[in-house]
Design a protein around this ligand. Structure first.
Ligand code: UDP
Ligand code: MG
Length: 333
């Protein structure tokens, strides 16, 4: 294998020493505070499950002790695998890196490290999977610890994206906490786009899926990396990477403006011919010019949004760079 191929994230060489039945994939960015208690809760749950498993921790370029905590956990538990990314790539990519390195033959579970997704739900996910459901997603029954504004915006977002994405059914109030069968995972891993709107990608692959309900707790410790600006950007990301509806909307906006312009023009012409009025002056002219300018800029912006995405995709960069991968079951470092 050449170094070039090694950098290609589609060809990650995975040691195949042990093939566990389940892989638990955990992306973590500055989660040193909670990681140990998370690990303790997770392993307690997994012990009761009686399946072979590995835990794939992805360190997404954390600036605290997350990585050393991971190595400490691994020293105590050989079922821990560690994927250390070369820098912070963002949750969606960190998650993809973890999924790429999941060796499970049966199913993978994706869970956040901050204990907002209770590991205690995993047995229910696994039980549902054993009934033959490929994708079991955990849907929150309540959004504890979140203000009304966040709830309202979240609900608006799900409604907009639901309308816009048509055939693809994106379940509301569902994060990345879910279980996927091996074949669903393999399908997901074939989607190598740079703009990874995971909720959409999960939904795109299809397969029988079912929801399991749980109560989402507030963060156990540490800070959420989300704020409204990032959520807004995530919404734009979600919409533009999943549907071309805004482009169509831009076209209609153009049509409507043109029709309005014609009506206005006819009115001005009639007024001049019939009443002999002079052309109305500066204010109306200015209003029309500014309005048209605004419409054009918005339309350009929408087109630019898609163009930027095309730009990012055609570069065909790997999604992430792995600094180090330590597979579970091997001698630690
Ligand atoms: N995360 C990550 N990279 C980032 C941001 C977050 O791997 O750049 C991880 C984080 O450590 C956590 C999960 O993604 O395990 C969810 O992050 P967070 O709790 O900030 O998001 P929220 O729960 O508000 O969706
Ligand atoms: Mg969280």
């Amino acid at each position: 294998m050449t170094p070039d191929q090694r950098l290609d994230d589609q060809a990650v060489p995975l040691p195949e020493l042990i093939i566990p039945e389940l892989s638990i994939v955990v992306p973590a960015y500055n989660e040193a505070e909670v990681l140990s208690s998370f690990h303790a809760r997770l392993t307690a749950v997994m012990a009761g499950l009686g399946s072979s498993y590995e835990i794939v921790y992805v360190n997404d370029g954390s600036r605290d002790a997350t990585l050393s905590t991971m190595f400490a956990l691994r020293d105590a538990d050989p079922r821990v695998s560690i994927v250390n990314l070369s820098r912070n790539f963002g949750k969606e990519i960190a998650l993809t890196a973890g999924l790429d390195h999941a060796r499970a033959s049966g199913a993978v579970v994706v869970i956040d490290a901050d204990l907002q997704d209770p590991p205690e739900v995993i047995p229910e996910l696994v039980a549902t999977w054993r009934e033959g459901v490929d994708v079991v997603y955990a849907t929150r029954r309540s959004r504890k610890g979140e203000g009304w504004l966040k709830r309202a915006t979240a609900s608006l977002f799900y409604r907009v994206i639901g309308r816009a994405s048509g055939r693809i059914n994106i379940p509301a109030d569902t994060g990345d906490f879910r279980l996927m069968s091996r074949r669903a995972l393999d399908a997901l891993l074939r989607l190598r786009e740079q703009h990874r709107f995971m909720k959409g990608l999960f939904a795109w692959i299809g397969f029988p899926s079912r929801a399991v309900y749980y109560d989402r707790a507030p963060r156990a410790a540490g800070q959420t990396k989300w704020n409204y600006w990032r959520l807004w950007n995530l919404s734009i990301e979600g919409i533009t990477s999943f549907t071309t509806a805004p482009l169509i909307a831009a076209t209609y906006l153009g049509f409507v403006t043109a029709v309005l312009a014609i009506v206005l023009m006819l009115r001005v012409v009639m007024n001049t011919l019939i009443n002999g009025d002079p052309v109305p002056g500066y204010p109306s002219l200015m209003a029309v010019v500014l309005f048209l300018g605004g419409v054009q800029l918005i339309t350009l912006g929408i087109m630019g949004e898609y163009l930027g995405r095309i730009f990012n995709e055609v570069k065909r960069r790997p999604l992430y760079v792995v600094e180090r991968y330590v597979a579970g079951g091997e001698a630690g470092e």
